[in-house]
Design a binder for this molecule. Structure first.
Ligand code: TYD
Length: 427
């Protein structure tokens, strides 16, 4: 087995300062997407510690795992869930409306995964180009006819793409810049590739939501950075781009969509909304060390109560299993010290994950069909970001007395009655 490479972070990847405040130590854990098939394979662990830059308030991991070791062969496949597919279709409609995309337009996606998002632009007839480093997943994209380069997006790659394909009318970076160490180079590449009136759209989990929802399980080695709107504005402006708007979406535990253009573009800046969000970040205390320290203490208590809650269920004789082998789930299970054996198995819809073992836990991942035959008493909802969709889908399990344990913001059990109330409230 080759050893995974890891480096510690010195200066801030956004503002260059070296003035950190460490506030969350989740210990040494395996990589959350390092599903294995062989139980005897030794698992490497790495520190999972979060710190805040006192200058620009980027939150960053203290250690960075070498990207080639994380992404060459990747298990994360863009979710086929209805929630996510609807969100991606909504984004395609939105940008078609703003930009009037058509046959002469070029849409580029950084971190394009299996091409699901780009496919949503097909009805508009534009040229599509995906760029993603994962060999196995870019093959899937190409197989469905989405032109995809297997590569990390850098300023050097941007220059080549511009020479080959011309400027881009829309560049999407959804849930990818948090994974990139040299993010300033990525944004410099975007600036060079954008058409004069082109739009760059970044979607990232929102640090403000992470803190308020206590979603500490979205902290794992792939996510190097956690952003506030103020931090992103600095990143964009330093690269010579103008942030024009920001929106919030309830995906991946609460995300922001930030758009930017070249300074001279025809697009108007929604100053009121951008400033409003930045003011709200300050009001929420997200520019002070104490807020982050309080969050760290809250998470320590939450990990403790997750362990207690699971132990009580197992000791009471219930058969407990995982639902959705998400990286989030692996993170809270491993960082909360859940021992092997508490989960009977983990159900997951992703074919690539089925037959493997949850990292650090040795729990077998099986298909939903197989899981249905095993009839557990309680499913631990590891993909809580799809809560309502999963509750609706599993109505039969709930109606026959099954329950879900939802971990965030506080562990709580949901049966048929509570599920009906939750789904009712959301619709
Ligand atoms: P996801 O939340 O997309 O991401 P992450 O790994 O970044 O935390 O992962 C959700 C996982 O849950 C994914 O492996 C697919 C799986 N899943 C199911 O098994 N059933 C479902 O109904 C849904 C919505 C997801």
């Amino acid at each position: 087995m080759t050893r995974t490479r890891v480096a510690s972070v010195d200066s801030c990847r956004i503002c260059g300062a070296d003035n950190w405040h460490t506030f969350l130590d989740l210990g040494n854990v395996p990589l959350a997407n390092s599903f294995v098939t062989d139980e005897s394979e030794p698992e490497e662990t790495f520190p999972l510690v979060l710190m805040s830059c006192r200058v620009c308030r980027l939150a960053s991991l203290t250690h960075v795992v070498h990207p080639k070791d994380l992404y060459d062969h990747y298990f994360y496949v863009s979710s086929p869930s209805r929630t996510m597919q609807d969100h991606m279709a909504g984004l395609a409609r939105r940008f078609q409306r703003i930009l009037g995309l058509g046959a002469s337009s070029l849409v580029v996606e950084i971190g394009s995964n299996n091409g699901d998002q780009l496919a949503k632009f097909r009805p508009y007839g534009c040229s599509l180009l995906g760029i993603d480093p994962a060999q196995n997943i870019t093959e899937q994209a190409r197989a469905r006819g989405i032109d995809t380069r297997t590569d990390f997006f850098t300023s050097a790659v941007a220059t080549k793409v511009r020479a080959e394909r011309g400027p881009a009318d829309l560049i999407l970076a959804r849930h990818v810049i948090a994974h990139v160490d040299d993010v300033r180079d990525l944004v410099a590449g975007v600036r060079d590739l954008l058409a004069p009136d082109g739009i760059f759209a970044i979607e990232v989990p929102y640090l403000k939501e992470l803190v308020s929802r206590r979603a500490f399980d979205t902290v794992y080695h792939e996510h190097l950075s956690y952003f506030l709107v103020g931090t992103l504005r600095r990143l964009l402006e330093d690269a010579g781009l103008r942030m024009i708007d920001v929106d919030e979406f309830d995906v991946h535990g609460g995300s922001i969509l930030v758009t930017a253009t070249l300074p001279s573009s025809r697009h108007r800046t929604n100053t009121e909304r951008i400033e409003g969000k930045i003011r709200a970040e300050e009001t929420a205390g997200l520019t002070s060390d104490e807020t982050y320290d309080r969050f760290g203490a809250v998470v320590d208590r939450l990990r403790e109560s997750l362990r207690t809650c699971l132990r009580e269920l197992v000791e009471a004789g219930y058969v407990v299993a995982g639902y959705g082998a998400s990286a989030k789930g692996v993170t809270w299970l491993t960082t909360s010290g859940i021992p092997r054996g508490w989960l009977a198995f983990c159900s997951d819809t992703t074919p690539e994950k089925q037959g493997t073992l949850l990292p650090g836990l040795g729990v077998r991942v099986i298909s939903p069909e197989e899981a249905r035959e095993q009839r557990p008493d309680v499913y631990v909802m590891l993909a809580w970001n799809y809560r309502d969709e999963i509750l609706a889908k599993e109505a039969d399990f709930l109606n026959s007395g099954g329950r879900f344990l939802i971990p965030i913001p506080e562990p709580h059990l949901v049966g048929a009655k509570e599920s009906a109330a939750l789904i009712g409230a959301a619709s």
